[in-house]
Design a protein around this ligand. Structure first.
Ligand code: GLU
Length: 395
């Protein structure tokens, strides 16, 4: 089954997003410790060659590349573990132009043009800006250009950051309607346990998981945090990225990008790395954006009856079913919807600000209509603005 799955994905492939992590394009050969490493030209040259080969077969390629901070650090000789924010941003500014210069140089040798796209969370949370980014990407791809995307680190601080490029690459794969996201990592894929741990006597060695069809709590637990100071999220953010794309019917493949042959193997349909794919299930682009791109500003807890109405019967959330309101949010803000066990079952855009919702929670429509002079809505969150999260939790 897994082999057919991979061939099937490749047979429909028109557009692919390839995420290249800092750990993968840092100069391992230099023998320096991770925080002193700069960009590996050799590796970028290798990727340019392989990506050009893929592009020649008629597949459009977008790259999400990290490495700006790493390259800038090296150029400024900043090898302390902790950098302050301006130092990090200065490193990103220096590194980003160097990163692009290097990509441009090697892609030009392959007869291909590249374009730089820098995005922040603000560009993604406004629907119009989000769609603008999509139109720009479309125009670039239609001219045969390879867009190279990174977070706009120079002007964003942690609070308003997308945070990591695994997340950004998943958002881009969905935004651009790609049929595959490939994450080039510095490990082979997801293992049953930490592959680097020392085994106890008679303990079986951890095995590589070839196919994941659903992101269960068990899978999330296996995705431990990274020990490499150059990789921001390790396997955890990769699995979260896969969750995002799977809910949109886009498969994610995590492979070892340090292996120079890996992209060739992937495109031959070889069973390398871990493939996350649940099949071609797709929510509407807007609903996917609500659930997976917007950052929730608060949470509402609902009772068992409201949970059934939402999850099983496809209904809207009424104020009567709300039992608790957390956080400070405004009309139209994204919020998490938790059941009475605290499990997040849905996300949506709310019709009341947090103060009003806290006042009217548990009340019937008739009572609320009397209480509020203006701004009455039947629904706390309308069905059109509400997304049940996958996998749909059982009742
Ligand atoms: N945007 C960061 C950089 O270019 C990397 C973020 C990440 O690796 O996830 O250095």
């Amino acid at each position: 089954m897994p082999k057919e799955t991979r061939k099937e994905i490749l047979s429909h492939l028109k557009r692919v997003v390839i995420k290249i992590g800092s750990g993968v394009i840092s100069d391992h050969e230099s023998g320096k410790p991770p925080l002193e490493r700069g960009l590996s030209r050799k590796r970028i040259q290798g990727y340019a060659r392989r990506i050009a080969k893929i592009h020649k077969t008629g597949v459009e390629v977008m790259i999400v590349s990290s490495g700006a901070v790493m390259a800038g650090r090296e150029r400024l000789n900043l090898n302390r573990v902790k950098l302050d924010i301006p130092e990090k941003q200065a490193s990103a500014a220096i590194g980003q132009s160097f990163l692009m210069r290097t990509y441009e140089h090697y892609f030009e040798k392959q007869g291909l043009k590249v374009a730089q796209i820098l995005l922040g969370h603000h560009d993604l949370e406004h629907r119009q800006r989000f769609l603008n980014a999509k139109h720009t990407l479309e125009a670039l791809l239609s001219h045969g250009v390879i867009p190279i995307i990174n977070e706009n680190d120079t002007v964003t601080v942690d609070e308003i950051k997308i945070g990591d490029n695994d997340t950004l690459s998943a958002t881009m794969a969905c935004l651009a309607g790609a049929q595959l996201l490939i994450i080039l990592s510095d490990v082979e894929g997801l293992y049953t346990d930490d592959p680097r741990k020392t085994l106890k006597k008679n303990e079986a060695a951890p095995e590589l998981i070839s196919l994941v069809r659903s992101i269960t709590p068990d899978i999330e637990k296996r995705a431990g945090k990274s020990k490499n100071p150059l990789s921001r999220g390790g396997m955890y953010t990769k699995v979260q990225a896969a969750k995002k794309t799977m809910s949109y019917g886009v498969p994610t493949l995590i492979v070892n990008g340090l292996d120079s042959k890996v992209l060739d193997q992937v495109f031959k349909g070889h069973e390398v790395g871990t493939l996350f794919w649940a099949g071609p299930k797709k929510v509407s682009p807007r609903k996917h954006w609500i659930a997976h791109t917007l950052k929730p500003l608060g949470a509402v807890t609902i009772d068992a009856g409201a949970r059934r109405a939402l999850v099983n019967n496809g209904k809207s959330l009424l104020p009567a079913g709300v039992t608790q309101v957390e956080g400070k949010f405004e009309f139209g803000s994204p919020v998490r919807i938790l059941d009475d066990q605290g499990v997040e079952v849905a996300r949506g855009l709310v019709n009341y600000n947090s103060a009003d919702l806290a006042r009217i929670k548990g009340l019937t429509s008739a009572k609320i209509r009397d209480m509020l002079e203006t701004g009455f809505y039947e629904e706390a969150i309308h069905r059109d603005d509400l997304v049940i999260l996958e996998p749909a939790p059982a009742t």
